[in-house]
Design a protein around this ligand. Structure first.
Ligand code: FPP
Length: 245
């Protein structure tokens, strides 16, 4: 029995989740526990992210969506918002060296109009630079909110209906999905949240309808490849019914 406990949990690499979503929570608490400024937590979180994306790509996960900055995060102190924006800018700028070399396709999802011109331009450059890569697609949710995404999709559709380009009966789930930031991508099979909170926090509201949720008490900067494997292992032992029996 004791052997079972220590035995490494075997992942079935033929049944990996296609898409993993991650709510990377707990950077601030991680820093506080060490007597460090919150910015140090975000910086450590960025390093964890790099490690996890590389591992996901290596094992053959096709899509990963990470919650980097929500539409509500503007309420944080200006100093923290500025730090996060600088970190994101730096991350996107260095993507070539850090991740594109790993064959990662980088995309930003969320509303762009509130972002600085510098970030918007960098997003366009990074997306363009990595678009022909063939490895994992990494969606960075940046100024992202699930409600904002749904509302902006509804507005686009309403406009098309007003112009007579779309009929009400054409508005199916498949059609609606094509208006989302994640158009053309499969929904997340697995949603990971760190730091123990049992919340969705406005993340991918439409897309996570049938995602398996996995929550750990670990704070994001301390999340490891072993934790990722445990989440995948648990996911592989769930019975997904999609509303059926
Ligand atoms: C939540 O922790 C985390 C965030 C709001 C930011 C997530 C950002 C990163 C992991 C790093 C940067 C990302 C990229 C793509 C470069 P929190 O600050 O709310 O933690 P707390 O709940 O402990 O205060």
């Amino acid at each position: 029995m004791i052997f079972d406990f220590f035995k490494k949990r075997e992942i079935d690499y033929t049944k990996l989740p296609q898409h993993i979503g991650i709510i990377m929570d707990g950077n601030g608490r991680w820093a506080k526990r060490r007597g460090l400024p919150r910015s140090a937590g975000h910086s450590a979180g960025a390093k964890t992210l790099e490690k996890i994306v590389k591992e996901c790509n290596k094992i053959g996960i096709k899509y990963i969506t990470v919650y980097a900055f929500s539409t509500e995060n503007w309420k944080r102190p200006k100093q923290e918002v500025d730090y996060l924006m600088d970190l994101l800018l730096d991350y996107l700028k260095n993507a070539e060296e850090r991740l594109a070399g790993e064959n990662v396709v980088i995309r930003a999802i969320g509303s762009r109009k509130e972002l600085s011109e510098e970030i918007r331009e960098q997003i366009a450059k990074t997306e363009d630079f990595t678009k022909n890569n063939t490895g994992i697609v990494m969606n960075i949710a940046l100024n992202y909110g699930g409600r904002e995404e749904i509302l902006s999709s509804v507005k686009k559709i309403a406009e098309s209906v007003r112009k007579g380009k779309v009929l009400t009966e054409d508005i199916t789930e498949q059609f609606f999905e094509q208006q989302l930031y994640t158009a053309g991508q499969p929904d997340p099979d697995l949603l990971i949240r760190t730091s123990g909170e049992m919340r969705i926090s406005n993340f991918l509201l439409w897309q996570i309808a049938y995602s398996e949720i996995w929550i750990t008490n670990k704070l994001w900067p301390e999340f490891s490849v072993d934790d990722l494997m445990e989440a995948i292992y648990d996911y592989q032992h769930r019975k997904r019914r999609f509303g059926g029996v």
